[in-house]
Ligand binder design. Structure first.
Ligand code: NZQ
Ligand code: ZN
Length: 385
C-alpha cells in the first residue's frame, strides 16, 4: 500500500426528510446564493423544501445552470455574488450544479484577472467561499469531494479543477429525491459511479486489500440495486443504497494508498466537449476499449474484478480478464447505454486525432503510470468508434 493522508471535512446528512436540516448548517448571518439547474427542483417539491428551510435567511436565487456547467452562465452568477456581497453558496442539484458552485466558490476569492485561468492553469483553491449542497441526483460524488469539471461552449473545452478548499461544508442526501429522476439520468448515475470505482481500481496490484474490497463492494452494490432503482425509484431501500454507493465511489476513500488511472474520464470529457454526449455515456464508450488496449498492464486486476464482482471462475488470468471486460460492456448495455461513439454521432471521423492533438498541446501523459501518451489515446478512441 502506498503512503497516504486522508482528510474529508464534508458533513453528510443522510436520510428521509433531511433537507430541512440545512437551516442549522448555514451561519445565521450569511447572505446566501441558492444555485440550481434547469428547473427540475420546481417540479418535484425540492425547491419548496429548501426555500422553507431557508425562510429565516437572506437568500438570492440563481437558476439555469445547465448540465455540463457552462462558464459563461457561471460568470453571470459570479457577478451576482460580487454585486450582492454574497457570503455563502448553496447548491441544489446534481453534479453540474454542485461543480458550478465549486467553480464559483473558487472564483469568488480568486485574485487573477480571468477566472478561466483557474482551469487552464490548474490553480488549486486552498480556501474558497463556503458552500453546502442538497444533492438531487446520485452519480458524481461531487457532494463529498473537492473536484469540479467546467465546460466552455465557445472553445468546446471541458476542464477539471479542484483543491482542498473546495469540499462542501455539508451535503444533504435524501434518497427520496430520486423518485423524479428520468430513467436516462438514473442509468447515467449508475454508470458514472461504477466507472469512478473502475478508475481507482483497474490499475495494477498494490496489496491494498481493504481498498480492493471497498471498491468491489461498491460495484457489487451498484450491480445489485441497478434493476431495482430503474424498476421503482420510489422504493426507498435500493434508493438509499444507490445514493450512498455513488457518494462512496468518489469521496476519496477508495483512492487512498492505491494508484489511480482516470484516463477514461479524460478521454470522455473530450467527447462531451466535442459532441455534448452525457458524461456517463462517454465513459461507457471509452472504458471497454481502454481496458482492451491496456490489457497486459491491467489484466491481473481485471481478472480479480472478474472473479470477485462477476463470479467468473473458469479459465486463465487472460480468459477471466477478457470476460470481465465483456461483462462490463454488457452491464452498460443492459442499462440501455450504447457503448460505441458511432451510436451517438455520425460525425466521428477525425475525433481520435483531435483528442490526441489536444492532449499533446496540454502535455498530458495519462494513466496510473503516466505512460498513456496522446497516440495511445488516439488508438483507444478509434477502437471506440
Ligand atoms: O437541471 P435540472 O432541471 O435540475 O435537471 C437535471 C439535469 O437535466 C436533472 N435532474 C437532477 N436531479 C433531478 C433531475 N431531474 C429530476 N429529478 C431530480 N431529482 O438531471 C440532469 C442531469 O443533471 P447533472 O447535474 O448534469 O448530472 P450529473 O449529476 O450526472 O452531473 C454531471 C456533471 O458532473 C461532472 C460531469 O462531467 C458533468 O459535468 N462530474 C463531476 C465530478 C466531480 N465533481 O467529482 C466527477 C464526475 O466524473 C463528473 O465528471
Ligand atoms: Zn464521472
Amino acid at each position: 500500500m502506498n503512503n497516504f493522508e486522508f482528510k474529508n471535512p464534508t458533513k453528510i446528512i443522510f436520510g428521509k426528510d433531511t433537507i430541512k436540516k440545512i437551516e442549522s448548517e448555514i451561519p445565521a448571518n450569511a447572505k446566501v446564493l441558492m444555485l440550481y439547474g434547469g428547473g427540475s427542483i420546481k417540479k418535484n417539491g425540492i425547491y419548496e423544501q429548501v426555500t422553507k428551510a431557508l425562510s429565516n435567511f437572506n437568500v438570492i436565487e440563481f437558476g439555469g445552470i445547465p448540465a455540463n456547467p457552462e462558464y459563461d452562465i457561471l460568470m453571470k452568477a459570479l457577478k451576482v455574488i460580487k454585486d450582492e456581497k454574497i457570503s455563502y453558496l448553496l447548491a441544489v442539484g446534481g453534479g453540474s450544479v454542485i461543480d458550478g458552485t465549486k467553480f464559483l466558490s473558487a472564483a469568488a476569492v480568486y485574485e487573477g484577472d480571468t477566472p478561466w485561468d483557474i482551469l487552464t492553469k490548474n490553480v488549486r483553491t486552498q480556501k474558497g467561499m463556503p458552500f453546502g449542497t442538497v444533492l438531487t441526483l446520485p452519480a458524481t460524488g461531487s457532494e463529498m469531494n473537492s473536484g469540479a469539471v467546467i465546460t466552455r461552449a465557445e472553445t468546446k473545452e471541458k476542464l477539471a479543477m479542484g483543491g482542498p478548499g473546495l469540499f462542501p461544508e455539508f451535503s444533504v442526501l435524501d434518497p427520496q429525491v430520486i423518485t423524479s429522476i428520468p430513467e436516462r439520468q438514473l442509468v447515467n448515475g449508475i454508470t458514472d459511479a461504477f466507472t469512478h470505482v473502475l478508475e481507482q481500481y483497474m490499475t495494477y496490484p498494490i496489496e491494498a486489500s481493504l481498498q480492493d474490497r471497498f471498491a468491489e463492494s461498491i460495484m457489487q452494490t451498484l450491480i445489485e440495486v441497478a434493476p431495482k432503482v430503474i424498476k421503482d425509484p420510489t422504493d426507498y431501500k435500493p434508493a438509499a443504497d444507490f445514493m450512498w454507493s455513488c457518494t462512496m465511489a468518489l469521496n476519496g476513500l477508495i483512492q487512498k494508498g492505491v494508484p489511480g488511472d482516470w484516463a477514461v474520464h479524460m478521454m470522455g470529457h473530450e467527447l462531451t466537449a466535442l459532441f455534448g454526449i452525457d458524461h456517463a455515456r462517454t465513459l461507457a464508450i471509452v472504458a471497454p476499449s481502454h481496458y482492451k488496449y491496456n490489457f497486459e498492464a491491467k489484466k491481473e486486476k481485471l481478472a480479480q474484478y472478474g472473479e470477485r464482482v462477476w463470479n467468473i471462475t473458469e479459465g486463465s488470468v487472460d480468459d477471466k480478464a477478457y470476460a470481465a471486460i465483456e461483462k462490463t460492456e454488457a452491464f452498460f448495455q443492459e442499462l440501455g447505454i450504447d457503448t460505441k461513439l458511432s451510436d451517438y454521432t455520425k460525425e466521428y471521423e477525425g475525433t481520435a486525432e483531435e483528442i490526441a492533438k489536444r492532449f499533446t498541446h496540454r502535455g498530458w501523459k495519462l494513466g496510473e503510470r503516466q505512460a498513456l501518451m496522446p497516440e495511445d489515446a488516439e488508438k483507444i478512441v478509434k477502437m471506440a468508434y
